[in-house]
Design a protein around this ligand. Structure first.
Ligand SMILES: Cc1cc2nc3c(=O)[nH]c(=O)nc-3n(C[C@H](O)[C@H](O)[C@H](O)COP(=O)(O)OP(=O)(O)OC[C@H]3O[C@@H](n4cnc5c(N)ncnc54)[C@H](O)[C@@H]3O)c2cc1C
Length: 279
């Protein structure tokens, strides 16, 4: 098996052009615990961790750019992320435990494309853009179009996630994140929810809601969003939001939870988040 550890973006793209079948890897927290069949027979690996262009957090042209191999501990501790994108800082702080956060990358969470990936609902409500790099060049995909189906993404052959761009959120918007798992740490989510919303002149003027572990991909709950915008900020709308959220999703029964429990918990979490907004 071939193994490459490029030291620059240029070298990375050269390797991908020569060998588009190389498997990219970052923190390996998913790859190393995947089924042996997934790793056996890999034609080769491309370790992205030593590529400086793919790591770091920086404002560029009005958006905060986060390199794909940036680990969640850096995202969690970043003053820029904490100040402007607290929903993502909070998600980063709930992934695995500290050891996992030191290795697990944002790009790995996205490319692994588990419906339970904790950063994914946060990226959805932040309306992130994803910059993909490959033999054909560079293209930008709205994160809302990145997940195509169960564990299917917009990544083409030989393409990698380069970085994520987060546009400045609306001034004064409230950002909330909630993960429900079996324990506080080291638990895969039964339900994970992110909300970005604003109230002005007593009315909900912005309401972006996303959830994970409730469908085959992480999803924006547009039915709830549409019903909430324009509502007057009063406690009764929180009940409506929770009810609509439970109706909008298609969870499954699996080893971690039942579909019924997921719907119930989603309704409670969305209700409480909305109450926080309108109280
Ligand atoms: C003990 C434990 C606890 C965990 N807890 C959580 C949790 O609470 N929440 C959660 O969401 N996840 C959790 N995970 C899963 C995992 O840590 C995350 O999904 C993590 O973000 C994966 O990142 P990585 O850098 O380790 O990816 P890797 O394992 O290196 O790669 C994962 C996949 O992404 C691909 N890939 C990686 N980087 C790129 C790139 N830049 N471009 C294209 N493809 C790429 C790889 O080819 C591979 O298919 C846990 C894992 C473990 C082992």
């Amino acid at each position: 098996m071939r193994a490459f550890a490029p030291k620059s973006l240029e070298e990375t793209l050269l390797r991908l052009a020569e060998h588009p079948d190389l498997r990219p890897l970052a923190g390996c927290t998913d790859l190393m615990v995947s089924e042996p069949e997934d790793r056996r027979g890999l034609p080769g690996v491309l370790d992205l961790q030593s590529v400086p262009e793919l790591r770091g957090i920086e404002w560029r042209g009005g958006s905060l750019e986060i390199g794909a191999v940036t680990p969640f501990s850096e995202i969690r501790d970043s003053p820029e992320v904490q100040q402007s994108f607290p929903v993502l800082a909070e998600a980063a702080s709930k992934i695995g435990g500290w050891q996992i956060q030191n290795r697990a990358s944002l790009g790995g969470n996205m490319a692994n494309a588990s419906p339970a990936g904790d950063s994914l609902p946060a990226l959805l409500v932040l309306e992130a853009q994803v910059v993909l790099l490959g033999p054909e060049g560079r293209r930008t995909v709205p994160y809302g179009e990145f997940h195509r189906g169960y564990r299917e993404t917009a990544l083409g052959p030989g393409e990698i996630i380069g970085w994520v761009q987060l546009p400045k959120p609306p001034e004064g918007a409230t950002q909330l994140f909630r993960k429900v798992g079996t324990r506080e740490a080291q638990a895969i989510s039964k339900v994970v929810v992110a909300l970005l919303a604003s109230v002005s002149d007593g009315q909900i003027s912005e309401y972006r809601l996303a959830a994970g572990s409730v469908a085959e991909t992480p999803v924006r709950l547009t039915e709830v969003e549409e019903a909430m915008v324009g509502q007057s900020a009063r406690a009764a709308v929180a009940d409506q939001a929770g009810h609509l959220a439970a109706q909008a999703v298609r969870p499954i029964d699996d080893v971690r939870s039942t579909a019924e429990y997921r719907r119930f918990v989603l309704a409670q979490v969305v209700r409480r988040m909305t109450l926080q907004l309108v109280a």
